[in-house]
Design a protein around this ligand. Structure first.
Ligand SMILES: [Mg+2]
Length: 238
């Protein structure tokens, strides 16, 4: 019996998707950062992900290799807080997906575990501090919970992306407790955290790319298999 998963060779399309989503939202990321930070988040992220894309070029790389190249680039070439945080996150995800032919749901859970735990340790932020942790922690929890509830890899990835989106939105009403924005105190309330926004975008692109590459193709169940889809709306086919 074959394991449901994504060929580990799919590094190039994954890297393209991550780079594309950052480029598409660069201006938005800088505008959000500008509201309570220094306004450079979109520029920094676009620079880092663009440099990584150039380094990958047209090579066929594995998922692990692609994530490692992006991680190394962010760590080496992007300053501030976000280079080290994303570099560490993606580097740990790369390590957790190395040496396997198929990225299955267990692999993804291991990637999220290593990545999220490393960022928790490095950044010192916790849920509620108005950072990318408000995205990472619920996203990882949703993936785990979905798997434990019997969801397919496709469903677990969808649940993860939805939790990331909700986590991003949760930062709007929070007061920043860490980093530059924390100096604003109450005045940081009412705007999204830029790192939470980019993190939600990256996890969304990660989930979407993997969902589109799952073999055997994910079965699209209707209402009766809807434990993870309580609204029982028709399943998207994309
Ligand atoms: Mg900034």
């Amino acid at each position: 019996m074959s394991v449901e998963g994504v060929p580990a060779s799919a590094g190039a399309p994954l890297a393209e998707a991550l780079v594309a989503v950052i480029r598409a939202h660069a201006a938005e990321l800088s505008a959000i950062d500008g509201a309570i930070g220094d306004g450079d988040h979109g520029v920094n992220m676009t620079k880092g992900f663009g440099m990584a894309a150039d380094r990958i070029g047209s090579r066929q790389v594995s998922v692990s290799e692609a994530l490692q190249i992006i991680a190394d680039t962010l760590l080496a070439d992007i300053g501030g807080a976000m280079g080290p945080l994303y570099g560490t996150f993606l580097g740990e995800m790369a390590a957790a997906s190395a040496g396997t032919d198929v990225i299955d749901a267990s692999t993804v859970e291991g990637m999220l575990d290593r990545g999220v735990d490393a960022v928790l340790e490095l950044g010192g932020a916790r849920v509620g501090d108005k950072t990318l942790i408000d995205v990472l922690v619920p996203a990882r929890a949703a993936f785990r919970h979905s798997r434990a509830s019997g969801a397919t890899m496709d469903q677990a990835l969808a649940a993860m992306a939805e939790a990331a989106e909700r986590g991003k939105e949760s930062t709007r009403d929070l007061v920043a407790m860490i980093g530059r924005a924390s100096r604003l105190g109450e005045r940081s309330r009412g705007t999204l955290d830029a790192g939470a926004v980019s993190c939600s975008l990256l996890l969304g692109a990660f989930a979407q790319t993997l969902r589109g590459a799952i073999t055997p193709p994910a079965e699209r169940h209707r209402a009766d298999r809807s434990a993870a889809q309580p609204e029982s709306r028709p399943q998207a086919t994309g």
